[in-house]
Design a protein around this ligand. Structure first.
Ligand code: MN
Length: 198
């Protein structure tokens, strides 16, 4: 079974004014589609065909760079679309909210740490909130389309929240102002989806 581009749960313009419709359309229908197409081409005829994208990521050191780049791209973006929703944002509650407060001191302290990871990731990549092997929350970042599921990641764990800081995620609306895009991202985070992963 070849991988397929997942449909969004909301319209391309649903996250405005925080993330504009044109960016969403190109990001989903062009960039993510290209990762899916290139991943399918890269795994055709190999033993990665038939594996889940999670299992491919967990064993990514076994595969060619094209699988790492495009498999990571497919996993990361499939997750990213689910972590956002219109009319969301706010502050996480329940067990996740408690874990963030006890780990980082406060929600604001977590926001600062996550934003710093996203801002300082040089070039293209992602910043993450993960649950590590000990069950603890941790903020980390990865280059390019790597992610914390990958066996080659410096800091490994299950991604709970991630932000794409490739220029293609924000350049049309925010140009070079990555920090403004990161500020806007807090308004569209679907904490219910993050909490379900936790
Ligand atoms: Mn992207």
């Amino acid at each position: 079974m070849a991988f397929e581009l997942p449909a969004l749960d909301y319209a391309y313009n649903a996250l405005e004014p925080h993330i504009d419709a044109r960016t969403m359309e190109i990001h989903h229908s062009k960039h993510h589609q290209a990762y899916v197409t290139n991943l399918n081409n890269a795994i055709a005829g190999t033993d990665a065909e038939g594996l889940s994208i999670e299992d491919i990521c967990r064993n990514i050191s076994k595969y060619a760079p094209a699988v790492r780049n495009n498999g990571g791209g497919h996993y990361n973006h499939s997750l990213f679309w689910k972590l956002m929703a219109p009319g969301k944002g706010g502050v996480p509650t329940g067990a996740l909210g408690d874990a963030i407060t006890s780990t980082f001191g406060s929600f604001d302290a977590f926001k600062e740490k996550f934003a710093a990871a996203a801002t300082t990731r040089f070039g293209s990549g992602w910043a993450w909130l993960i649950k590590n092997a000990e069950g603890k929350l941790e903020v980390t970042s990865t280059p390019n389309q790597d992610n914390p599921l990958m066996d080659i990641a410096d800091v490994k764990g299950t991604p709970l929240l991630g932000i794409d800081v490739w220029e293609h995620a924000y350049y049309l609306h925010y140009q070079n102002r990555r920090p403004d895009y990161i500020v806007a991202f807090w308004n569209v985070i679907n904490w219910d989806a993050v909490a379900a992963r936790f």
